[in-house]
Write a protein that binds this ligand. Structure first.
Ligand code: SF4
Ligand code: SF4
Length: 152
């Protein structure tokens, strides 16, 4: 994402997605469906916020162009964001819960239902990819903290 051409490509692709209201509405529906399926698996999350501190837990989160468009349609809080952190996390809280990408919804640190969660992630990721194709949107799949530093 350091390359200026890649950054321009990402910016243009995200703007294109954001201007397609129908695609954004379909994406929200898919993400809500994925979340409902994940909720049925159960499992405890104390909302400690640790898994969003990617550098700390050595975890990487990737998001598609449309997911980045939906997430960044909300302004993040004004704050200094250290490298490897998400712009939408404040203290331990996610301030973009209703717009957060699929990976934020399917990742849980406890092991319960890990295989089922992965299957749900794969299934909905495929649907999100097809959504790009149906709407003629550029599909990119990029690491979220680098992408946010380009887009915000
Ligand atoms: S959007 Fe929310 S859940 Fe996803 S990484 Fe950022 S703070 Fe965490
Ligand atoms: S999934 Fe785990 S690390 Fe992430 S907020 Fe929940 S308890 Fe914390």
């Amino acid at each position: 994402m350091n390359d200026a051409a890649c950054q321009s490509e990402l910016l243009a692709a995200v703007r294109q997605c954001r201007s397609d209201e129908q695609a954004m509405a379909e994406l929200r529906k898919l993400l809500d469906e994925a979340e409902a399926q994940i909720a049925r698996i159960g499992g405890e999350c104390s909302a400690c916020g640790k898994c969003c501190r990617f550098a700390l837990v050595d975890h990487r989160l990737y998001a598609t162009t449309a997911e980045l468009a939906l997430l960044t349609s909300l302004d993040p809080p004004a704050q200094i964001v250290p490298p490897g952190r998400c712009h939408y996390q404040q203290a331990d809280q996610c301030l973009a819960r209703d717009r957060r990408p699929l990976g934020c919804r399917t990742f849980f640190c406890p092991p319960k239902g890990g295989r089922e969660r992965s299957a749900i992630h794969e299934q909905f990721h495929r649907q999100i990819r097809r959504l790009h194709d149906r709407h003629g949107l550029s599909y990119l799949y990029t690491e979220i903290t680098n992408s946010l530093s380009v887009l915000l």
